[in-house]
Design a protein. Structure first.
Length: 245
């Protein structure tokens, strides 16, 4: 057996096969390495892709252009709306300057009473069924309660019944209320009535208290028929009146 492997022909064939195997293996791995290297050095391109940095730039530019176009569209719509408002204002006889930011649309008192002056003593016009009764009103800035009427003036207006008379349809009281602070050191039970009156032509509708006549003279400043409260004074001021003490 040993003689077979030592035969020159067998030795030559074995050497040839070994050389072919080594060469084939080397060639296989060499080819595979070159193919992998070539693939790693190859960049795939198509018609719709750009390098990452350029693509980011392109997206940002498109977004900026879209935002700018949207802003221009909003500005255009605003100008068109403003032009339509100005046209409507001119059609109604309103000055365009009055629609500027320094004079926006808002509540404004009637021109007839704008900056009208009122004092602590005014004439009150009480509206009762069938007539208007005038009385002397004192605008009391220290009256934090409700507006008061003297008993005599309330009877004159027909808001309450006179002594010995039955209350009429329009002489029904709304209840009673204890008033303090009007007469120094005293608490007085007063009837409540619905009062519709006007000062300076401006109408007010309130629930007022009727102060018994025996207590009216105890007020620090007598001579009033109507003692107007702070709340009613604030309503007059909001309407455009200016109180001068």
């Amino acid at each position: 057996m040993v003689g077979f492997f030592s035969h020159p022909l067998v030795v030559a064939c074995t050497a040839t096969l070994a050389a072919v195997g080594v060469y084939g293996g080397f060639n296989y791995y060499t080819t595979k390495y070159q193919a992998r290297k070539k693939l790693s050095n190859t960049t795939i391109h198509d018609s719709t892709s750009e390098p990452p940095t350029e693509r980011d730039t392109m997206v940002r530019n498109k977004a900026a252009a879209a935002a700018e176009n949207r802003w221009k569209e909003l500005q255009k719509n605003r100008e068109e709306a403003k032009q339509k408002l100005d046209e409507l204002a001119e059609a109604e006889g309103e000055k365009v300057e009055d629609r500027k930011l320094n004079n926006p649309p808002r509540y404004q008192p009637d021109n007839a009473i704008m900056n009208s002056k009122i004092t602590c003593w005014e004439t009150a016009e009480v509206t009762v069924p069938g007539e208007v009764v005038k009385g002397r009103a004192m605008l009391d800035t220290g009256n934090a309660g409700c507006t008061l009427l003297s008993e005599k003036f309330a009877q004159q207006c027909g808001l309450i019944a006179k002594p010995g008379e039955q209350p009429g349809v329009f002489q029904q009281t709304l209840g009673m209320k204890t008033i303090s602070g009007v007469v120094p050191g005293a608490k007085v039970d007063c009837a409540l009535v619905k009062l519709n009156y006007a000062i300076g032509g401006y109408p007010l509708s309130v629930v007022a208290a009727v102060l018994p006549e025996k207590h009216v003279s105890g007020v620090s400043k007598p001579g009033w028929d109507l003692l107007v409260s702070c709340d009613d004074i604030k309503v007059l001021q909001s309407a455009g009146f200016r109180l001068e003490v």
